[in-house]
Design a binder for this molecule. Sequence first.
Ligand code: MG
Length: 384
Amino acid sequence: MSITLAPYACSDHQSRGRRHPEPKPTNRSEYQRDRDRIIHSVAFRRLEYKTQVFVNHEGDLYRTRLTHSIEVAQIARSIARALQLNEDLTEAIALAHDLGHTPFGHAGQDALNECMTEYGGFEHNLQSLRVVDELEERYAEFQGLNLTFESREGILKHCSVPHARALGELGQRFIDKTMPGLEAQLTNLADEIAYNSHDVDDGLRSGLIEIGQLESVALFNEPYQEVIRAYPDLKSRRTIHEVVRRIINLQVSDLIETSRNLLQQHNPQNVEEIRRAGRNLIAFSEGMREQHLELKRFLREKLYRHYRVHRMTSKASSIIRSLFEVFMNDPRLLHPEDADRAAIMRAENGPTGQARAIADYIAGMTDRYAIREYQRIFNPIELT
Ligand code: MG
């Protein structure tokens, strides 16, 4: 690769390494290896049939967790390259960031978290880490994907202090209040840029929100006025696309410029100084932050709380709750392999262990698998 990395970028020689030591890769970097392992994982393939906002069977054109993750990787890599940060690491974090999501998006996560209240709760971010650390079964010598510290640090965006204590070195920053590397910081914001922009696109496509409503939102309205001034006769589909690409560009450009200035002011010399900087050095300007939050609020009120989205999420919650309850009461309804795992975890850790095994199983389901599993178990005329 011909791009020179900044001294504060994560790099193979500054890496804190892997939990299970392995020989260096031959024709690729450590972070390329992380990315490749993620792409080949089962959890990654399942993202294709997991929901972002719209449930998977609602239409073929909406984003899924897979296309969302690819869009996040695209945005994050552009930012990384502009700031001379590590693109391979950035891509690995972006592609893995949603691996722990339950079926049915946030409705699924909230329902599973409720079911798990007495058993340590359920958090999708922590689950993404669990997927790469424990749940993937692919290698002879270790559990999970054995990713580098930096990829795992990027995947674990937030974490409560009690959970952090159990995670050792990786959890330490939530106790010390230090920062993750810049690649983790920027991927987090690239995630927000991606879903804000594509939810506008999907929201308009679905007809659940309309352009007229969005005119009150500055981050939409300014580029929209520019587009209709320049191309007054353009069809609405193309107009929307021209606006959405501008929304992404405005945010990305602002983020790059603001972060560049912050990095110049703080002048960090290595990754450790980034971790101890006392604040994130990847950030939006104040003005953009405000606009970004305004759009986010709009989407929450008008799209995520739309009654049609709510009907679907309410069904989704009841599917998750019913599955959890039925498996918890009678683990013999699980496939033998999962039933064995639940029994082993129960022997080690009582009902909490059994509940965790069931949560892992449910969290791994795609939307359509969860719906089918629900029918197989609760519909008396369905074949098992
Ligand atoms: Mg995401």
